[in-house]
Design a protein around this ligand. Structure first.
Ligand SMILES: NC(=O)c1ccc[n+]([C@@H]2O[C@H](COP(=O)([O-])OP(=O)(O)OC[C@H]3O[C@@H](n4cnc5c(N)ncnc54)[C@H](OP(=O)(O)O)[C@@H]3O)[C@@H](O)[C@H]2O)c1
Length: 290
């Protein structure tokens, strides 16, 4: 049995991590109410007090457009996404704990054909992506000092609603709700990427730690199968039996402050592939809506 600290425990991924890691482990689950991960002193003190063997950080600033449009929000994003992992890495090094941190496909610019391997050099094109990339670098910087770390890049999360009311609803939740009331909808038929079911990601994370497959380092974990938002919406409405006219549109037709990568498929070259996103979506709908 290991003592495991989960941060961002009430978020979309955090709550699934709690379920998956609770089996045969002692879990300490903290969210914003218990700790601010951008508070260096508090992080060092609390982690030194409890001395976990593993720290899983699912806390992040995720409001992609808000921080692009607002400088104050950008400052906040930098604190949570850059200082947060830096302080956590320092604390983990001090107590000799393993650190698991999550990052995003938005660290890439989307210009490469065929998808991104774990070793590809990030080149973010929006502020959120920049903060996540710099957060990654803070962890990598301590690697040489003996930090034991896993950096897991993922994309387009969906799954049971987070306990935390403030947490970001998934694309599927938003359009399913709208689809039940609207006769038609316009959805971006670009920005090809991979969806990720949070219970699958949580299980794959545990599998990775339990078996330390390929050593510490960077991993790409998403469900299999890439698609545009439009293609995913058609799949969702088909599976959910919602009849609605869905019109494909170009990305620039949506007035969003942040640019998105055109093609940000994360290639998983190290671990067994996760099941297809359609299968995961079917399960999600069955468990939560049908
Ligand atoms: N969602 C996606 O589609 C997506 C895609 C790619 C990568 N990721 C990455 O996957 C990870 C998990 O994302 P998620 O969607 O599960 O996030 P989420 O649902 O937004 O949950 C994050 C949790 O962290 C908390 N939090 C925020 N700032 C904090 C701070 N300073 N100190 C302590 N707790 C804080 C949040 O509380 P509040 O709600 O009160 O702020 C929330 O409960 C993140 O690293 C994210 O960048 C997510």
């Amino acid at each position: 049995m290991a003592k495991i600290l989960i941060l961002g425990a009430k978020g979309n991924l955090g709550q699934q991590l709690q379920k998956v890691f609770a089996v045969n482990n002692e879990i300490i689950a903290w969210d914003r109410g218990e700790i601010d991960i951008s508070d260096q002193e508090l992080i060092l003190k609390k982690i030194s007090d409890i001395r976990p063997e593993l720290v899983i950080n699912a806390a992040a600033y995720n409001a992609v457009d808000k921080c692009e449009a607002d400088d104050q929000e950008y400052e906040l994003a930098k604190k949570v996404n850059i200082d947060g992992p830096k302080f956590l890495a320092q604390a983990c090094l001090k107590v000799d704990a393993i650190l698991i941190h999550y990052s995003t496909d938005y660290v890439f610019d989307g210009a490469k054909k065929g998808g991104y391997k774990e070793t590809d050099e990030p080149k973010p094109i929006n502020r959120y992506g920049k903060t996540k990339f710099h957060g990654e670098k803070k962890i990598l910087e301590l690697s040489g000092s003996g930090l034991k770390w896993y950096l897991i890049r993922t994309s387009k999360l969906f799954g049971a609603k987070a306990e935390n009311e403030m947490a970001k609803p998934s694309f599927f939740d938003i359009i399913l709700e709208q689809g039940r009331t609207k006769p038609s909808m316009e959805i971006v038929d670009e920005e090809i990427g991979c969806f990720t079911y949070t219970p699958d990601l949580a299980k794959a994370t545990r599998e990775l730690v339990d078996h330390n497959h390929d050593g510490y380092g960077i991993y790409h974990l998403t469900n299999s199968g890439s698609c545009t938002w439009y293609e995913a919406a058609l799949e969702l409405f088909n599976l959910a039996g919602v009849e609605i006219e869905v019109k494909p549109i170009a990305s620039d037709k949506l007035a969003r402050p942040a640019k998105r990568p055109k093609y940000s498929v994360l290639l998983n070259t190290k671990l067994a592939p996760l099941r297809g996103y359609r299968e995961a979506l079917k399960e999600y709908l069955k468990l939560n809506f049908i």
